[in-house]
Design a protein around this ligand. Structure first.
Ligand code: PLP
Length: 360
């Protein structure tokens, strides 16, 4: 039976990448040993490390002005590291709160400096993205923080908002490299690798070069971006296997036509499932309002919890795993990251149609 993995994260990886890693597992770059057994100071590993930064920038079409850092601690550590470096105790940062992860980012910033909430969708159980008109920025924020894709609720910014020239800091954990973005709007972008970019253990940070000197000087060494930039992300022992996998995934994205190619593919896939929802005569109800729908996490409910349980059990029996929704939304969540195939979403859409028809 073919297994289709709809887990929200750690999530699906491209099969060709897994095969290549398998082939190279016991002989990395002709060394006769695995990448996990290779020194991070070895030239073979340094080449991979450098390739990651080069591929990352090539995919974004940027040559200079930004650094790509490969860190540990997940996106959750970034929630704290960002304000520790850039938000002084008397300074204000604006946060747009569109879900659980945005709340966590806000909570960490509040421990360090002043936080202004530019908008929140909490009253609507985060089923939408705020409009540009709703955003009320403070007078002089050091940055505006937002979460581009809300993994739990299944909403996604369709366009990055205007912030009057204030640099945006974005958590892109669940939609990074699913579509192009204009790096120049961002001071810093961060993402745990484990959804669109590779296995868990690596956190990717894109940071504007002129921000590196701005970081607070009283922050411990490991938590300073400048430490990692100066040392090419090799200040201490990096997660070498994760970095190697990240490099293979970035090469795979390049082969798919880069970010524009990924975006086209992801739109096609998401439409297949949203059409299954919209054509079900109300049997399936999407959590996100239509203009805020995520192309990465499709969240929906069935008429009652009994049917949801049955749906999930039958889907699992047919090889479609990882579909239970997060407890704050319930129902079903289909995570359809970059590596999910058209066949996978077609199998789910067809299962959805049959299941709804069976209920009359
Ligand atoms: N931000 C978003 C949007 C997420 O989806 C997640 C995890 O699912 C996180 C942050 C937390 O990431 P990590 O587990 O890498 O700390």
């Amino acid at each position: 039976m073919t297994v289709y993995n709809f887990n929200a994260g750690p999530a699906i990886l491209p099969p060709s990448v897994l095969s290549q890693a398998q082939e190279e597992l016991r002989d990395f770059a002709g060394t006769g040993i695995s990448v996990m057994e290779t020194s991070h100071r070895a030239k073979e590993f340094e080449a991979v490390n450098n390739e990651v930064e080069a591929r990352f920038k090539a995919l974004l079409g940027i040559e200079s002005g930004y650094r790509v850092l490969l860190l540990q601690g997940g996106a959750s550590t970034q929630f704290a590291m960002i304000p520790m470096n850039f938000l002084g105790a008397d300074q204000v940062a604006d946060y747009i709160v569109t879900g659980t992860w945005a709340e966590k980012a806000r909570d960490e910033a509040q421990k360090i400096g002043k936080v202004h909430i530019a908008a929140t969708t909490e009253a609507d159980n985060h089923n939408r993205i705020p409009s540009q008109a709703e955003l009320q920025f403070s007078e002089n924020p050091v940055y505006v923080h937002l979460t581009t894709n809300n993994t739990i609720y299944g909403t996604q910014w369709q366009n990055i908002p205007e912030t009057n020239g204030v640099p945006i800091v974005a958590d892109m954990s669940s939609d990074i490299f699913s579509r192009p973005f204009d790096a120049s709007k961002f001071g810093l972008v961060y993402a745990g690798a484990q959804k669109n970019l590779g296995p868990s253990g690596v956190t990717v940070v894109l940071i504007r070069e002129d921000w590196l000197d701005k970081g607070a000087k009283n922050v411990p060494t490991m938590l300073r971006y400048s430490t990692h930039a100066k040392n090419n992300s090799l200040y201490n022992t990096p997660p070498t296997f994760g970095v190697y996998m990240l490099n293979l995934v970035l090469a795979w994205i390049q082969e798919q036509g880069g970010l524009a190619g990924m975006a086209e593919y992801n739109t096609r896939k998401a439409n297949i499932i949203y059409n299954a929802i919209d054509n079900s005569g109300g049997f399936y109800r999407g959590h996100a309002v239509a203009d805020s729908r995520s192309q990465m996490n499709v969240t929906f409910n069935l008429p009652n919890q009994e049917l949801e349980k049955q749906f999930l059990a039958e889907a699992k029996a047919q090889g479609m795993i990882g579909l239970p929704g997060h407890r704050s939304v319930g129902g079903v969540r289909a995570s359809i990251y970059n590596a999910m195939s058209i066949e996978g979403v077609e199998a789910l859409a067809s299962f959805m149609a049959h299941f709804a028809a069976k209920q009359g």
